[in-house]
Ligand binder design. Structure first.
Ligand code: NDP
Length: 262
């Protein structure tokens, strides 16, 4: 699951939600590029242990460790990031990737759903970015951040029934992170670069639970006629994180197989 690109990373990279799906592909790509990787997960310890074992087996020269932390909790996030900087050394990058979705018609969404979705996708991303930037500011170091957004910030997908997919909170939370990316990039330049990557559909747990007919319909809607594989997202994300993208900040890179053309 490496990016396949000749990219070199130093120090330690934190990947929130780095234990499965797109985040696991980020973790593998960062280790492949030579970084120590700290994988943050919320509750599925078995997946975290499996991910650490898989990466460590493949990339023997880097340190790999998983940390349990709910990024919607600001104190826990600050504490965990400091612990990682101390234990693994020289935090150099952050991939703020942890995200959650609630799929329900808007009429049925409630405050708890809002807390789950915005708490992780917006507040969690903000907490993670600020915790990393604080470390860099206090130690007079610099760093790079990549946030995972989504194509759904720009498009409301139609399901097989020709009705919009019901993810009002998710879609709006992903629109928020594009703007958050620009705001943080402007505020923290030149010390910290902040970029966003916005995938279309990717083959992960989040999409696997979808109805088969909807998956088929959605694949037909993509000019490239398929969902992305996680490694096709990680290759771009690692590029953005690295010095190869040293003049990029505040950008939103859309990776949608051409879906936004139509
Ligand atoms: P998965 O659902 O497969 O994995 C989510 C990861 O995030 C898990 O490691 C999970 O930990 C972790 N996580 C969730 N909430 C928290 C939290 N509050 N604190 C810390 N960790 C948390 O996600 P995907 O790989 O599908 O998606 C990754 C990102 O990409 C998300 O931001 C998603 O919105 C975005 N995205 C996904 C697309 C897709 O088609 N899959 C398309 C476009 C964007 P645990 O396992 O312990 O629960």
């Amino acid at each position: 699951m490496s990016s396949g690109l000749p990219i070199k990373l130093n120090g330690t990279v934190i990947i929130t939600g780095g234990t499965r799906g797109i985040g696991l592909a980020y973790s593998c790509a960062a280790a492949h590029a030579g970084a120590n990787v700290a994988l943050i997960f919320r509750q599925r310890r078995e997946d975290a242990d499996k991910a650490v074992e898989e990466i460590q087996k493949k990339y023997k020269n880097v340190k790999v460790k998983a940390y349990q932390c709910d990024v919607s909790d600001v104190e826990a996030t600050n504490k965990t990031f400091h612990q990682i900087d101390q234990e693994m050394g020289n935090l150099s990058g952050l991939m703020a990737n942890a995200g959650r979705s609630v799929v329900k018609p808007a009429m049925e969404l409630n405050e708890e759903d809002f807390r789950v979705v915005f708490g992780t996708n917006v507040l969690g991303v903000f907490n993670s970015c600020r915790a990393a930037a604080k470390i860099w500011q206090e130690s007079h170091r610099s760093g790079s951040i990549v946030i995972t957004g989504s194509m759904s910030a720009q498009i409301i997908n139609q399901a097989a029934t020709n009705k919009p997919l019901t993810q009002a909170f998710y879609n709006s939370s992903k629109a928020a992170v594009v703007n958050l990316t620009k705001g943080l990039a402007a505020e923290w330049a030149p010390r910290v670069r902040v970029n966003c990557i916005s995938p279309g559909y990717v083959d992960t747990d989040q999409t696997r639970h979808m109805d088969k007919n909807i998956i088929k319909h959605q694949e037909e809607n993509v000019p490239l006629r398929r969902f992305a594989e996680p490694r096709e997202i990680s290759s771009q994300a690692i590029f953005l994180l690295s010095d190869l993208a040293s003049y990029m900040t505040g950008s939103d890179v859309v990776l949608d197989g051409g879906q936004l053309i139509w």
